[in-house]
Ligand binder design. Sequence first.
Ligand SMILES: [Zn+2]
Length: 279
Amino acid sequence: MTGPTAGFLPGADRARPPAAGDLALPVTGSKLLTSVDGRPLRVADLPADTDWVPLGTLDGVPAWATDLTTADAIPGRARGWASLAADVPEPHATLAGRALAVVTWRRTHRWCGACRAELADLPGETARRCPDCGLYVPMQLSAAILVAITRPGPGGRADELLLVRHATGPTGLWALVAGFVEAGETLEAAVHREVGEEVGLSVERLAYFGSQPWAISGPGVLLAGFTARAADPQAEPVVDGRELTQAQWFGVDALPAQLPPAYSISRWLVDATVTAARR
Ligand SMILES: [Zn+2]
């Protein structure tokens, strides 16, 4: 399919009510409910009195989320985002991530943070407003950066890529230096700061690679990926021992097996680095 309706387009349009054939993304706890064989459910698969929240469209078909307190009555399979993203095309994974983000945001932003009144939905927006004091409460994104740092290999050998292991989460994985952007900071400044804090290195030739909405480290996370060169090719990484347990240079022709999953921008950056080094 081509044209403006191809792929996933986020939206918050309630003007047209959900139709039986629209996509349904029920969220139960922190998981998504799919059909038993893993395909998305349809609106007709759930009870008629379901409270639907608009998510946008996938290939032109409207998609809706709902917050299920119990999934017992609906035949299906509850899956975490990582398991789903590993299985479905990228636009489906993005839609599933938005369902989790929107439902979680609605659960945690029910009351006005200024005056405690109950917030009201704003038609056509993923936002709420306080009826008493007027506070506007949009669903906010958290920006995070990640960076693939390379240096020339010793004696003219292939480039080396810096990989790190984290103290929490999947600790066996060799990942990239990453971290959240602080308020008042540019994406680029966040890269320089995180690299300095996490591995004690300086980088140069910072270049933007791409971005990915990410539903694992919390709702509403947007990852921005960069490539960079080590400013001093002789410098060795020093880990803080708190966030990271290990940091190591690997030849791009001898990377470890425990790399980030294929659906992640971390992995796209690693693969692009390998491809670039072979040219
Ligand atoms: Zn208020």
